[in-house]
Design a binder for this molecule. Sequence first.
Ligand code: G6P
Ligand code: MG
Length: 222
Amino acid sequence: MFKAVIFDLDGVITDTAHLHFLAWQSVASEIGIPIDEAFNAGLKGISRMDSLARILRHGGMEEAFSQKEREQLAQAKNALYVESLKGLTRDSLLPGIAQLLTEIRANKVRIGLASVSLNAPTILQALGIASAFDFCADASRIQLSKPHPDIFLAACAGLGVTPEQTIGIEDAQAGIEAINAAGMLSVGIGGELSGAGLTLSSTYELSWPRLSDFWQAMRGQN
Ligand code: G6P
Ligand code: MG
């Protein structure tokens, strides 16, 4: 049986991806770069500064801003995003997540978080589930964001498990690649994710039996 389940946050535990989009859209439009939801899909799982770099590239403005100006743009985006987080409550958990966390705990399997969001601790508190996690990887210590495996490897190390004993759950292509690169089994939420060991259309389909069957099929009795 697997020893741990490691969750992404945005788009798996709660739907903050849309809030990230609205904040980036506001900042990008101020500097004359229109972005839409389709472009935003490529920012999922990408760190704040890397997201800004992609937006500037998208608008052909890679060279237009100094490092200091980039930091100011990122800060402006974060201020808008943090303001929008004030509306989060336990009702903001995506379907099936509260039940799944309870089931995993009941089966004595450890629970970790691998989000590159520096706002992750605030969000877990607002959702009322901070105590459900045995270990949350510290995004500020991660040099290479997803699709590099570093944040998942840090979560495994903090939980005291090997990647081979662990299932990761992600909604982003970069996240699935990070889980696979770490040597974990990957579960993808939502369509259009390539390389996921198991793909589910929504968190509603996540459950302990689903994860157990998946593990059994992929790793047998190990
Ligand atoms: C997650 C989201 C990204 C976001 C990143 C950093 O990975 O999917 O869209 O850019 O976290 O979030 P932060 O809250 O630190 O700006
Ligand atoms: Mg995500």
